[in-house]
Design a protein around this ligand. Structure first.
Ligand code: ADP
Length: 447
């Protein structure tokens, strides 16, 4: 027994002994000690029952207990109950405060937040922004199926994917199609999902303005550049031999600008597209073309081989895929010193297919690889410029591949070379009709 309870116990036991002793004395004086003692004992038991009843009544009434006065075990019990209740109340108050603060924070978020029951997919709670962005109304929409309430957004498949649901990046709001939303499903417990919708209309508008600006500037630059280029071509260096180096440099720079403008226009065009025509892309002639182009660019400085092992063709845009592949091939030639080798390989990969371009060139330091497909990102600007690069090639590759749901992988070791591989899903692959026109593992070394 804890030390602080001892006095209460001793007091209660003392009272019992005193009551029984008094009863015994009284009984002895009256000449009937036992009946009086039995009555007194019954009285003590009754008094204890009465106190017990009081405690039980107070507990069942769930009333706020009054702080107990006096001593003795029953008062001590009252005091302990009072203390337990006070502690519980203050804990509850604290928890409620935290909960209110969380709710207020969630309610004040500019993003729409909806708590959804995972099994029934019903709305359990939502914040104010959910009314403004998704049109949910309180209390009418509480406990309603979320997919039904967010029509015409067809979310059934998306919700069914649950944990694996990819964010919906540009969905129209159910209340205003001009409002563009970014929807994310976050399964934060076994029972609840969080549906978060962010208004990205402004961002998308800005993005559109940026795209239009780049496209317009590129377009506007095209005509003056053609004129400058034309006049430069008309000047005969033999007429002014002293201008020859200057003319050559001007021609080189105007060609570079033309390439830049063309690449920027290609990027703008690709960005504006959601999908590309699905044609059959014959890979055998594609590989021959890529090999020919590499040889033309290499001018015999590299050993070039093309391997066609897949025996299948692709679905996609002939023009854009050729542009992406030839960007990879031209990079391999441009970033490989003379004497190196370049291997273009098209092979099956599970149900899909893979095209890789491997070189034995300079390689790319690891820290640059994640950013290499960004516009104008170059490992070495001078090397890129020297080799006639615009810094946009890999951005174009990435865009083309995105439009084909394909993925670019880059492996590289500085001083040893790089491998750029493009991975296509099974639904991009189809059986080849004709025999391959590039002999497997055809080698060439043009002198
Ligand atoms: P660029 O026109 O400069 O070649 P890209 O977008 O095609 O632009 O490539 C971006 C950068 O990636 C290049 O500047 C170069 O530093 C690096 N790079 C691309 N391909 C290779 C490669 N095969 N080997 C080494 N570096 C490469």
């Amino acid at each position: 027994m804890p030390r602080y309870l001892r006095p209460a116990w001793f007091k209660t036991l003392g009272q019992l002994v005193a009551a029984l002793a008094a009863a015994a004395l009284l009984g002895w004086l009256a000449g009937h000690p036992w009946p009086v003692l039995a009555l007194a004992a019954l009285g003590v038991v009754a008094w204890h029952y009465w106190r017990l009843r009081k405690v039980l009544l107070r507990l069942t009434a769930r009333q706020r207990l009054a702080p107990a006065q006096g001593s003795g075990v029953w008062n001590e019990l009252d005091r302990l109950l009072y203390r337990g209740q006070a502690e519980m109340r203050s804990r509850k108050r604290r928890l409620l405060g935290i909960l209110r603060a969380y709710r207020a924070a969630a309610a004040a978020l500019p993003d729409a937040v909806v708590v959804v029951d995972r099994n029934s997919q019903r709305v359990l709670w939502f914040n104010e922004a959910a009314t403004a962005l998704l049109g949910l109304q309180y209390p009418a929409d509480i406990d309603k199926p979320v997919g039904e309430r967010l029509q015409p957004l067809s979310l059934a498949h998306w919700l069914a994917a649950g944990r694996n649901a990819e964010p919906l990046l540009d969905a129209p709001s159910p209340i205003d199609p001009n409002l563009r939303l970014n929807l994310r499903l976050i399964p934060y417990s076994d029972e609840y999902w969080l549906l978060v919708a962010r208004d990205v209309s402004k961002l998308l508008r800005l993005e559109q303005v940026r795209r239009d600006f780049v496209a317009n500037v590129s377009h506007e630059l095209r005509t003056p550049l053609t004129v400058v280029h034309g006049y430069l071509d008309m000047i005969d260096p033999d007429d002014h031999p002293e201008w020859t180096p200057m003319l050559a440099e001007m021609q080189k720079q105007s060609q570079r600008m033309t390439r830049l403008v063309e690449d920027l226009l290609t990027l703008s065009r690709l960005e504006a597209q959601d999908s590309l025509p699905d044609e059959s892309v014959a890979m055998a002639p594609m590989l021959s073309t890529l090999k020919r182009e590499a040889e033309a660019l290499s001018q015999g400085r590299h050993r070039i081989e093309a391997q066609d092992e897949a025996g299948v063709d692709l679905w996609g845009s002939n023009k854009e895929l050729h542009s992406a592949f030839s960007n990879l091939v031209s990079n391999a030639v441009r970033y490989t010193p003379a004497g190196g080798s370049i291997a273009i390989r098209f092979a099956r990969e599970g149900d899909g297919a893979m095209l890789s371009v491997r070189d034995t060139g300079y390689g790319i330091p690891e820290q640059h690889i994640p950013r290499i497909t960004e516009r104008f990102y170059r490992v070495s600007a001078s090397r890129s410029r020297e080799s006639g690069g615009t810094g946009l090639g890999l951005s174009i590759v990435k865009h083309v591949l995105n439009l084909h749901q394909a993925r670019l992988e880059i492996e590289s070791r500085v001083g040893h070379g790089s491998t750029f591989s493009v991975h296509f899903n099974a639904d991009r692959v189809h059986a080849r009709d004709t025999a391959p026109t590039v002999a497997p593992a055809a080698h060439s070394q043009t002198a």
